[in-house]
Design a protein. Structure first.
Length: 558
């Protein structure tokens, strides 16, 4: 008996060492669980083994690995009776015989069809917390002695350490991977100020990293403060258009800054549209806030097609990425506003330039350093310049009406006196010259916010025709005055002239001497000539002036 016990102890020790060695040589949790369920049946002389892991999201034990039992048996809704599960949750291993198994009404059919006769159920713990269950099943009645239970419990503890270590190792690998992915995505979203590119980069990159079905981003509209869908990937249009989500509790929590993990989205009351969720094949959802500094500007959702309990690292990674994306989104929003503002300014400038170009005035703007900073189309057309040739060029070497320092001083005068004024300039002193032009210059200061003269606007109007018209009008006025004076003079001369002519003709008849008659004939002829002259003066419509003697001029009436 002692020899058998010693041999059995040695066998257990060898098995424990082998399992421990194998567990410590494998880092993936799934590989560890598969190893246990395949090795234990032979080593413990049982027919099957299963490992189930506790999922905090669903508060259920999810199948991790199994060997020796059918899929139908594994798919049952409850694992064991409430009493057994309560004992396991307290950390107590339990053995169940055929009688106890068949009395479990929830699983009677599955147990009977599988032919299970006895079960040893052991809690898998780590740091005094239940993280799973190890179950050994036989198809023949079997009693497990204390040594077997202690050995199996030791293996379960080792399995708990292995699973936790594997999880820790996996989380460390994930952290390294997440840091690398976070750096790449951060570089990607910060490489552009285009909002659409940033949103597209996030929703298309994140699902591949976390192996989920799809991703959506909703941002708070600044005007309405409502969440609006701005980017999505991996989801159908039908699902995205399912309706308003303003009543969903998960969104409200996310908008308060708390990530929300939903294990069973099709039944969870924190989300709506369960039928749409089932049709889309969504099982689990992770909702995280999008922040810009401490301000929440939207939410990001990850949607999984498999039931998923998101780990703390995955939630932290998604939250960090959402914050990084939030900063990039806000920068892009500000850039878009600035770009829109610039577009509006450019549009206003184009509108103003169109107005200025349509004016029949030459307009130029002069800076304090005497350089031209703006010229309208009329100035460029008349001067024969292109805009690039004028801008930045000195005023006095550009304008055609500038003769020496005269006009330059006028511009400087506006800068010094800060008062507008108007001047006239001509290209020649002779108004009859073919190239004669006359310009009217209006110079006005433009002030900056501090009240200093920032620039001077000069508006130049060609008033040549107006001046020539005024001169012509003046000449006509002079002509009219001369004509009116001639008419008045003729009228005043006519009365005494006719009287003298009549008297002379009467006296001529009374003269007897020939010499006196000839003198009187001469007088009458001169008076008649004077009468003709007064008639001409009365009918005059114009005149010509010509030089006479010295500075005297005489007028020829027309």
């Amino acid at each position: 008996m002692n020899t058998y016990k010693s041999q059995k102890d040695r066998d257990y020790l060898e098995v424990f060492q082998e399992v421990t060695r194998l567990i410590n040589s494998v880092h993936a949790p799934q590989d560890v669980m598969d190893l246990i369920v395949r090795r234990l049946p032979k080593l413990m002389n049982v027919d099957a083994a299963t490992v189930r892991l506790y999922n905090q999201g669903s508060e259920r034990f999810v199948l991790g690995a199994a060997f020796g039992v059918s899929d139908q048996y594994l798919s049952r809704s409850t694992i064991d009776s409430k009493e057994v599960m309560a004992a396991l949750m307290q950390g107590t291993p339990t053995t169940t015989t055929k009688t106890d198994l068949l009395s479990n009404q929830d699983n009677y059919t599955y147990i009977a069809e599988e032919g299970i006769q006895s079960v040893l159920s052991l809690p898998i713990t780590f740091k005094e917390q239940i993280i799973g269950l190890l179950r050994l099943l036989t198809k023949k009645p079997r009693e497990f002695d204390k040594q077997e239970i202690n050995f199996a419990m030791s293996l379960a503890e080792q399995l708990g350490i292995a699973i936790s270590n594997s999880r820790l190792f996996q989380e460390m690998e994930n952290q390294v991977k997440f840091l690398s992915e976070l750096r790449d995505i951060s570089k990607l979203v910060n490489s552009t100020l285009d909002l659409d590119e940033i949103l597209t980069a996030i929703v298309h990159t994140l699902p591949g990293i976390l192996k989920v079905k799809g991703c959506t981003i909703r941002l708070l509209h600044p005007a309405t403060n409502r969440l609006e869908l701005v980017a999505a990937s991996g989801l159908s249009t039908r699902y995205l258009n399912r309706g308003s989500i303003k009543k969903e509790n998960s969104f409200f929590k996310a908008l308060k800054g708390e990530p929300v993990a939903i294990y069973d989205a099709a039944t969870d009351p924190r989300v709506e549209y369960h039928d749409a969720i089932r049709q889309e094949g969504i099982k689990s959802i992770l909702v995280v806030p999008i922040k810009n500094n401490n301000e929440i500007i939207g939410i990001l959702r990850l949607l999984s097609s498999e039931h998923r309990s998101f780990s703390a690292n995955e939630i932290h990674f998604t939250t960090t990425l959402a914050e990084e994306g939030g900063n990039a989104i806000q920068k892009a929003r500000v850039y878009r506003k600035i770009q829109l503002l610039f577009n509006q300014i450019e549009e206003h400038e184009r509108f103003l330039q169109t107005i200025l170009d349509s004016l029949w005035l030459q307009l130029i703007v002069i800076a304090p350093d005497n350089s031209i900073i703006m010229a309208n189309k009329m100035f460029l057309t008349i001067s024969g310049y292109k805009e690039a040739d004028v801008l930045g060029r000195s005023y006095d070497s550009t304008v055609p009406w500038c003769h020496g320092a005269g006009n330059e001083c006028n511009v400087e005068k506006v800068f010094k006196t800060e008062h507008p004024f108007t001047i006239l300039s001509t290209t020649s002193d002779d108004s009859t010259h073919p190239d004669y032009r006359c310009y009217e210059h209006h110079l006005a200061p433009i002030f900056d916010r501090s009240g200093a003269v920032e620039c001077v606007i000069e508006a130049v109007r060609d008033v040549t025709d107006q001046k020539l018209l005024e001169k012509e009008k003046l000449e006509k006025t002079k002509l009219q005055g001369v004509i009116e004076m001639a008419g008045t003079t003729a009228h005043e001369l006519n009365s005494p002239l006719f009287a003298a002519l009549g008297t002379a003709q009467l006296l001529q008849d009374d003269l007897t001497e020939e010499e006196m008659k000839e003198d009187m004939d001469m007088i009458i002829r001169n008076l008649q000539k004077m009468s003709e002259l007064t008639k001409t003066m009365t009918a005059a419509t114009g005149f010509e002036s010509r030089d006479y003697v010295g500075e005297t001029k005489i007028v020829t009436l027309k």
